[in-house]
Write a protein that binds this ligand. Structure first.
Ligand code: CO
Length: 134
């Protein structure tokens, strides 16, 4: 069902410092910060030859990243995203196998303008998994 690794998302307490580290210390191709009010995050996309890294920083009071950073003050891997061809079929198949799809269970439009779902970390070895239709 899953295809390529689309991105790894890392929550960071200081977006500017993290961007500078990836750009200057690691020599990566780092984009400009983008506000994603629908998702409660400001995102910096980092293009690598085989995947992307997304730095996530809280935007607004109800940001899903806020409590994560309270528990992980120096930041940490927040989720990984795999590509799927058909998000609705993937969601149904996973539900039938007992996995929990977060939120309403219906795909939402993600940070790349494509439909995504999130799977409960307790069902996937402690890792929040995002699936994105490509
Ligand atoms: Co993501």
């Amino acid at each position: 069902m899953i295809g390529r690794l689309n991105h790894v998302a890392i929550a960071v307490p200081d977006l500017e410092a993290a961007s500078a580290q990836y750009r200057d210390t690691l020599g990566a191709n780092v984009g400009a910060p983008q506000d994603e009010p629908d998702h409660g995050v400001t995102v910096v996309f980092i293009e690598l030859p085989n995947t992307k890294i997304e730095l996530l920083y809280p935007l607004g009071e109800n940001s899903p990243i806020k409590s994560f950073l309270e528990k992980n003050p120096s930041g940490g891997i927040h989720h990984i995203c795999y590509e799927v061809e058909d998000i609705k079929a993937a969601a149904e198949q996973l539900r039938n196998q007992g996995a929990r799809v977060l939120g309403s269970g219906e795909p939402k439009i993600g940070a790349h303008g494509k439909p995504v779902i999130f799977l409960h970390p307790k069902d996937f070895t402690g890792t929040l998994v995002e699936l994105e239709q490509v």
